[in-house]
Design a protein around this ligand. Structure first.
Ligand SMILES: NC(=O)c1ccc[n+]([C@@H]2O[C@H](COP(=O)([O-])OP(=O)(O)OC[C@H]3O[C@@H](n4cnc5c(N)ncnc54)[C@H](O)[C@@H]3O)[C@@H](O)[C@H]2O)c1
Length: 401
C-alpha cells in the first residue's frame, strides 16, 4: 500500500505521524511510504533520515494526498486537507468528531474511510492510541497549571508545593483515567495536596493503590465538586466518555465559588471541553479569563513536546498502520474488533454511535458503510522481511473507484 504522511498544518503542531524506524518497518513489509518534505522538521527528523530508510520525500501535501492510498496524520484534518481526500482513501489520525459537526460533514462529503486513533480500543476496552498522548497531556497539565498560577501571569500567586511552614496548593483532578493519573503523579511530585475525582469506583480503587495514599480519591458528584471548588487552586479537567462529547463537570455559575486567580486546565477540550466556559486555545495564546478564573484549553498539548510525543505516538500507532496496510481496512477490522471501533466515517456516513449522537446524525454499521469500498480487502502482503515495493496497479488500490 502507498502510505502518505503529510506535514501537520494545525497551529503550533510539531509532531509527525511516522518516524524513520516506522518507515523501515513499513518498507520491509512491502509498502511504499511517501513523506511530505519537512514533515519531520518539528520533531528534529530531517527528510534525509526518512529517505535513508526507504521513504520517498514529495514536495507538497497535494502530492502526498494525491498518491497516498492511506493518509496517516496526527491531528484532525484541516479544511485544506479535507478538500484533498477522495472516495475510498483511508485517513488514520486523531479526529475528535463528536463535538465537531463541521469536520464530520466534511469527512462524510469526502467519501474517505476515516479511522480515529482516539476510539480504537484494545482487548481490555482501553484506548491504546490515545493513552500515550494522554500520558503526556496529563503531565503538561500540571506543569502548565503551576506556571499559570504565578502572579505575573494572572494567577493566584501560589507555589504548588508550598515550603516548610507554608501550606501547599490544592489540586483537583476531575477524571482519573490516563490524563488524570499522570496529572496527579506530577502534582504529587511537586508536593501539592491532590484530590482525584472519578465516577468509576474501580478506577478510584486502582488509583488509591497506585498512589499509596499520597492523594485523596473522591467519588465525583456535583456536590463533591462544589464543596472543593472554593479551596482549589488548580482544577484539571480530564473526563472522557469514549467517543462522546465531554460532559460538563464545572458550570459557569460554579466559577463564583472559586478563588480569584485560580486556574482551570481543560484537557478534555478536544472532546468539546468539560468546563462550560471552556473554548479551544493554542500554544501561542493558551489562556483566557472568565469571571477571574484563568482557563487553559489547548487542544493539542502534546504538540508542544514533539520529540517526546512523536515517538510515543508512533510506537503505539505503527502496529495498526501496519495491520491496515497489510490487510486492507475491511480485513483488518474483521480480525480486530477494537480497530473496528476506530472507524468513525465510511462511505459518506457516520459509523461510530457516540460520534453520531454527538453530531446529531444516524449511525450506520461499519460493514454496511464500507460496502462500496469493501474491495480494498487486500490479500496479505508477505511479511518475511523481504524488501519490495508495492505494486501501484488497480488490484492494490484502496479505492473502489
Ligand atoms: N488537550 C489535549 O491535548 C489532549 C491530549 C490527550 C488527551 N486529551 C483528552 O483528555 C481526555 C481524557 O483522556 P484519558 O485518556 O484520560 O481518558 P480515560 O478514558 O483514560 O479517562 C477518563 C476518565 O474520566 C472518567 N469520567 C467519565 N465521566 C466522568 C464524570 N462525569 N466525572 C468524573 N469522571 C468521569 C472515567 O471514569 C475515566 O476514568 C479525553 O477527552 C482526551 O481526548 C486531550
Amino acid at each position: 500500500m502507498k502510505v502518505g504522511v503529510p506535514r501537520e498544518v494545525k497551529d503550533d503542531e510539531y509532531r509527525v505521524a511516522i518516524t524513520p524506524a516506522g518507515v523501515r518497518e513499513m518498507v520491509e513489509h512491502g509498502h511504499e511510504v511517501l513523506v511530505e518534505a519537512g514533515a519531520g522538521e518539528g520533531s528534529a527528523t530531517p527528510d534525509s533520515a526518512y529517505e535513508s530508510q526507504g521513504a520517498t520525500v514529495l514536495p507538497a501535501a497535494a502530492d502526498v494526498f494525491g498518491e497516498g492510498e492511506m493518509i496517516v496524520k496526527v491531528k484532525e484534518p484541516q479544511l485544506t486537507e479535507i478538500e484533498m481526500l477522495r472516495p475510498g482513501q483511508l485517513l488514520f489520525t486523531y479526529l475528535h468528531l463528536a463535538p465537531d459537526p463541521e469536520q464530520t460533514r466534511g469527512l462524510c462529503g469526502s467519501g474517505a474511510t476515516c479511522i480515529a486513533y482516539e476510539t480504537v480500543e484494545d482487548s481490555h476496552g482501553r484506548l491504546p492510541l490515545l493513552a500515550p498522548m494522554s500520558e503526556i497531556a496529563g503531565k503538561i497539565a500540571t506543569q502548565a497549571g503551576a506556571f499559570m498560577l504565578e502572579k505575573p501571569l494572572g494567577g493566584r500567586g501560589i507555589l504548588l508545593g508550598g515550603v516548610p511552614g507554608v501550606a501547599a496548593a490544592n489540586v483537583m483532578v476531575i477524571g482519573g483515567g490516563v490524563v488524570g493519573m499522570n496529572a496527579a503523579f506530577i502534582a504529587i511530585g511537586m508536593e501539592a495536596d491532590v484530590f482525584v475525582y472519578d465516577r468509576s469506583i474501580d478506577r478510584l480503587r486502582e488509583l488509591d493503590v497506585i498512589f499509596g495514599g499520597r492523594c485523596s480519591t473522591i467519588y465525583s458528584t456535583t456536590l463533591a465538586i462544589e464543596e472543593m471548588l472554593p479551596r482549589a487552586d488548580l482544577v484539571i479537567g480530564a473526563v472522557l466518555v469514549h467517543g462522546a462529547r465531554a460532559p460538563f463537570v464545572v458550570r459557569r455559575e460554579q466559577l463564583a465559588l472559586m478563588q480569584a486567580g485560580a486556574v482551570l486546565v481543560d484537557v478534555s477540550i478536544d472532546q468539546g471541553g468539560c468546563f462550560e466556559t471552556s473554548r479551544p486555545t493554542t500554544h501561542r495564546d493558551p489562556t483566557f479569563e472568565v469571571d477571574g478564573i484563568t482557563h487553559y484549553c489547548v487542544t493539542n498539548m502534546p504538540g508542544a513536546v514533539p520529540i517526546t510525543s512523536t515517538y510515543a505516538l508512533t510506537n503505539a500507532t505503527l502496529p495498526y498502520v501496519m495491520a491496515i496496510a497489510d490487510r486492507g481496512i475491511a480485513e483488518a477490522i474483521r480480525s480486530d474488533p477494537g480497530l473496528r471501533l476506530g472507524v468513525n466515517v465510511a462511505g459518506g456516513q457516520v459509523t461510530h454511535p457516540a460520534v453520531a449522537e454527538g453530531v446529531g446524525t444516524s449511525c450506520v454499521p461499519v460493514e454496511e458503510a464500507l460496502g462500496a469500498n469493501a474491495g480494498d480487502a487486500r490479500t496479505k502482503q508477505p511479511t518475511d522481511g523481504r524488501t519490495h515495493r508495492a505494486s501501484s496497479g488497480r488490484a492494490n488500490r484502496v479505492s473502489s473507484g
